[in-house]
Design a protein around this ligand. Sequence first.
Ligand SMILES: Cc1ncc(COP(=O)(O)O)c(C=O)c1O
Length: 387
Amino acid sequence: MSVLPPIARRAHIPPFIAMDVMRDAKGLAREGRSIMHLEVGEPGAKTPRLVREAAMNALEQDRIAYTDALGSPELRSAIAQHYKDKYGLDVPASRVVVTTGSSGGFILTFLSTLEAGQRIGIPAPGYPAYRNILKALGVEAVEIECRAAQGHVLTAEAIEAAHAQTPLNAVLMMSPANPTGVVTPASAIRAVADTCKRLGLWLVSDEIYHGLVYADANREETALRFSEEAIIVNSFSKYFCMTGWRVGWLIVPERLVRPMECLAQNLAISVPYLSQVGATAAFRATEELEAIKAGYARNREILGNALPAMGLAPLPMDGAFYAYCDITRFSNDAMDFSRRALHEAGCAITPGLDFDPIEGHRFVRLSYAGSEATMIEGARRLKTWLR
Ligand SMILES: Cc1ncc(COP(=O)(O)O)c(C=O)c1O
């Protein structure tokens, strides 16, 4: 007889539902069904040519080796320069930490700033992995609601109120936001940064959708402008079309660099060499990347016109590549609605419950990062299905 050892409780975290939907949608496609993929927030375009060429050259000529745990000096300098070029901010390369996607950045951030049992305010709705990574680490995620009354953004007032109820140790904000696509105005970011300073809270700012804002009036702003203590999380996955390369970055206060270096050395040794070479070239691929972004803008128009006409009113589609739609005219069960949309209409969409345990049953998210043809056909199918 054998006794099975138990699986650790920390491994019992909820699934990332969008990934489950993608798996099911791909399964149906393999069986020969035609599926329109509107579920996953992943650029449909290929990685830019300059990035691929840099990686191919390195593959031929370089030793594909470990780099410093904090990242290659070339990439750290290129990222520091990006802050000068894009935001006019002087950031020393010593404060740049290269990570395995922003996902790796979150693990380093949470491990180096929060003890097990401490509390961090996160936006609801928000990116599901925040809540789920925190659960695995034994940190309590406090959902702070970002509803119409708050302009769908995390406000300083809401943080104060949550902190007054049970003290927080940190706050995580995100702009442009997933799943809502809402861009937080610079004045609101400043207010959050000031509040965090006053209350002695860590501020983590997820800026992974920077570069993907469609109206200049809503231009994205970095929290770094308002706080040298803020931890900025970013990635090459979205604007730079490099999801599968798994490379992102953090900008951290000087005092966090060494603890993060020790964590990074022991957790993963380094970020893949080829991905770092590719990422270093990505900042030169602006022409190609802006053309890809123009495609998202066209997709945004297509869905922005089609969705309200079929009764799926999206929140303002300011940035990122998402339409977050209220489905209450049709259903109060987003899981069931999404399952039926996949099986009956051949459209893969993501239920809001992935992002929001409180109100998510009333919403679904559609991603417009795919091709124009997918948007047109996806909208046509949904319209026919909902009639
Ligand atoms: C808001 C947000 N943050 C972080 C991530 C993680 O991305 P990556 O690990 O590819 O950088 C995603 C991915 O969809 C996201 O939407």
